[in-house]
Every structure is written in structure tokens, then in C-alpha cells.
Ligand binder design. Structure first.
Ligand SMILES: O=c1ccn([C@@H]2O[C@H](COP(=O)(O)OP(=O)(O)O[C@H]3O[C@@H](CO)[C@H](O)[C@H]3O)[C@@H](O)[C@H]2O)c(=O)[nH]1
Ligand SMILES: [Mn+2]
Length: 379
């Protein structure tokens, strides 16, 4: 990968890697050259007493369900259990400016030349260069080396917008929904497309959490992966929910979302029948959810991700509550998430408090346990 002047190839002091897992973490061995210099936050889902194997030499902070309950107290209910959505707890406990999240069945992919892809380096490049959501550049990423804005691109727009999210893709097992997986069980993604695109303002997209990086200081408070898994009617829409909420907020606040490079190698196809059971309500609910987000409007007073998120939570309850009682619970969970984010990331003393108390339903409001997040150091 050719170096971009002024863009660092690593951000070990400014980026944490978040991994949700129900498995041993032997996959890290292949990422060692790329990840060893970073702090890893592992969210161990399922049985908190299971001892997961972590290869030696990594700087790992491990959190189990028991830690989540301990640190969040009565707010812990908003963090999903038995679903990869639990990863968002890692976003909350991190203290770094950037987050990279990856699944434990994702490995280092190779580009067409056969070279290992430095996924993290490409995500850092995507995040540290501007996005172009207001006007589409037909030669893809104008900030990439060997590319630029094409003729007719307004010069007034060439500074671009700050990038909030970098959405990477996957070779081998594509992130298909269960019905598609069932009719195309043998399909593998072998196409390496050498492009990074800004998703235009006003356009939603299906965000996958498998290979994702974002600016935690800007869009982090809205990167809630919803109420999924155990006890919930929905699964495998965790990243979709976060993607729809954050895209509406990025559009409102003038931030950009990029998709494309880097690729990782997704090695394991999860069971399509289990996936269908998790997804099926989402498959028809999303025909109402997507128009809701397409029509969502935020007020000019909402100038932070947190304030935007609370406005969205109210609209979710008002406009999706008729579909199923789940959406009122999800709206309350969105508010509890913001409250929990505040518990672990208190705003600086001179910051303006955004009105939350009014939005938090009494039965789910909670005493604020004094908590500086501390997981168990492993490795
Ligand atoms: O209950 C669970 C199940 C899994 N995990 C961890 O989450 C990731 C993803 O799990 P897996 O690779 O088995 O599932 P996929 O279907 O490939 O995941 C993709 O589908 C999306 C649905 O949420 C998800 O965003 C994608 O990642 C692994 O690290 C598991 O260990 C878990 O923590 N809890
Ligand atoms: Mn997987």
C-alpha cells in the first residue's frame, strides 16, 4: 500500500481494537504483525466463567457479562447478551479517539498481487482523509494516491467533510442474510474491488460490524448496536440498526461515511437456519424501519451525536412503536445507552449537559454507580 504523505500508518496510542467473542482468540496469531502494538478490548459473550484462550503477547482487556453488570448497574440491560451486539460495550469503555472492531472469524486477506492487506492501515487512511458526501466523485476516493477530483467537481467542495465511519468489506464468506445464504450456500466473494467510496448524503446503507472503524469522539455515542440476542425478538440487525442511526446523524452533522477497502478474509459461514430464526422479523420490519430513517429529521439544536441520538430515540418510540412493543423498549434502551455512555465517559466539567432525564423512563432510570471501567488484563 503506497504511503499517503501526512497520514500515519498506525495509531497505537489513539485507537483500540474491539472484539466480541464466544470463541478462543487463536485468530489473533495471524494478525500479530498488525495488532500486537494495539490495545485490544475483548467482550466475552455467553458464559462469563468460560476461560477463553488468548495467544500470549497481546495487550488485552477482557470484559464478561459479569463486568458489564458490575460497571453499568441498572443500565446493563441495554447491552445485548448472546449476540455480537455486545461489542458496543467495548466502544463505551475505550478511552481512545478511534475504534476498530473485527470478528474472531476474520483473517488477513490478500490483495491481487498476493500481498497481505494491512486492513487497519487502510481504515486509518479512510478515517484521516475527508469524505465527499455532498457531490459524487466518479473516480472514487479523490484523496487516494494516483486519484483526484475529476473535471466538473466544484472546487468549493473539494475540502470534503470529516470522516466518521470506515466500512470495510470481506473476501470469501460474504455478509449475506439468511435467505440469500440458503439459496446460495456455496457462493464466495472472490472479487477484489480496489475502491473506497463515500456514501452520498441522504442515502442509507447496510452497515456490517465485521470489519468496521470509526471516530469514537464524534460518532461514538451513537454507535449503539441495539437490543438483540437473548430475550429479544431480533438478531443480526445489531450493526444494521447502528448503521441506520449513525448515517442519519452523520448526514445531519456534516460527517462522512466511507465503504470499500480494506478487505478481510471472512472464514466462517454462520448457520443460515439459525440466522433465519434471528432475522426473520427484521426482514419484514425493515420495510417500515428503512422509510422511518429515510424520513427522519433532526433539529438544528442537535449539534452533537449524543443530542441527535436522543432525538432519534424519541422518534423511534413515536413512529415505530406501533409495529411492536419491542421498539418502545429499543427506544428506552437507546436512552439508557446514552446514560451509560455518560457514566463511563463523563463530559468535561464545563460542557453543556444535554437534556436526557426527561427522556429516560422512570422504571429504567438508574442510580449512577461510580465506575471507571476496568476489565481483566489478559496476556
Ligand atoms: O452470541 C454470540 C455470537 C457471536 N459472537 C461473536 O460475534 C462475532 C460474529 O459472530 P459469527 O462470525 O459467528 O457470525 P456472523 O454471522 O458471521 O457475524 C456477522 O453477522 C452479523 C450479525 O450480528 C455480525 O455483525 C457479523 O459480524 C464473532 O466474533 C463471534 O465470536 C458473540 O459475541 N456472541
Ligand atoms: Mn462470521
Amino acid at each position: 500500500m503506497t504511503h499517503l504523505p501526512g497520514i500515519p500508518v498506525a495509531l497505537e496510542d489513539a485507537l483500540d481494537i474491539v472484539i466480541p467473542t464466544i470463541r478462543d482468540l487463536h485468530f489473533l496469531e495471524q494478525w500479530r504483525p498488525f495488532f500486537q502494538r494495539y490495545h485490544l478490548i475483548v467482550i466475552q459473550d455467553g458464559d462469563p466463567d468460560r476461560k477463553i484462550q488468548v495467544p500470549p503477547g497481546f495487550d488485552v482487556e477482557l470484559y464478561t457479562r459479569r463486568d458489564i453488570e458490575r460497571l453499568l448497574g441498572d443500565h446493563a440491560w441495554c447491552i445485548s447478551f448472546k449476540d455480537s451486539a455486545c461489542r458496543c460495550f467495548g466502544f463505551m469503555v475505550s478511552k481512545k479517539k478511534y475504534i476498530y472492531t473485527i470478528d474472531d472469524d476474520c483473517f488477513v486477506a490478500k490483495d491481487p498481487s498476493g500481498a497481505d492487506i494491512s486492513a487497519l492501515e487502510q481504515h486509518i487512511r479512510n478515517l484521516l482523509t475527508p469524505s465527499t458526501p455532498l457531490f459524487f466523485n466518479t473516480l472514487y476516493d479523490p484523496y487516494a494516491s494516483g486519484a483526484d477530483f475529476v473535471r466538473g467537481y466544484p472546487f468549493s467542495l473539494r475540502e470534503g467533510c470529516p470522516t466518521a465511519i470506515s466500512h470495510g468489506l470481506w473476501l470469501n464468506i460474504p455478509d449475506y442474510d439468511a435467505p440469500t445464504q440458503m439459496v446460495k450456500p456455496l457462493e464466495r466473494n472472490t472479487r477484489y474491488v480496489d475502491a473506497v467510496l463515500t456514501i452520498p448524503k441522504g442515502t442509507l446503507y447496510p452497515m456490517c460490524g465485521m470489519n468496521l472503524a470509526f471516530n469514537r469522539e464524534t460518532i461514538g455515542p451513537a454507535m449503539y448496536f441495539g437490543l438483540m440476542g437473548d430475550g429479544q425478538p431480533l438478531g443480526r440487525y445489531d450493526d444494521m440498526w447502528a448503521g441506520w442511526c449513525t448515517k442519519v446523524i452523520c448526514d445531519h452533522l456534516g460527517w462522512g461515511v466511507k465503504t470499500g477497502l480494506p478487505y478481510i478474509w471472512h472464514s466462517k459461514a454462520s448457520n443460515p437456519f439459525v440466522n433465519l430464526r434471528k432475522e426473520f422479523k427484521g426482514i419484514f420490519w425493515q420495510e417500515d424501519i428503512v422509510p422511518f430513517f429515510q424520513g427522519a429529521r433532526l433539529s438544528p439544536a442537535a449539534t452533537t451525536a449524543e443530542a441527535c441520538y436522543l432525538e432519534l430515540a424519541e422518534q423511534v418510540e413515536q413512529k415505530l412503536g406501533h409495529i411492536d412493543a419491542y421498539f418502545a423498549r429499543l427506544a428506552h434502551a437507546m436512552v439508557a445507552w446514552v446514560e451509560a455512555w455518560r457514566l463511563l465517559n463523563p463530559a468535561p466539567a464545563d460542557a453543556e449537559p444535554a437534556a436526557v432525564a426527561a427522556a429516560v423512563p422512570k422504571q429504567e432510570a438508574a442510580a449512577a454507580p461510580a465506575a471507571r471501567a476496568k476489565g481483566r488484563r489478559v496476556g
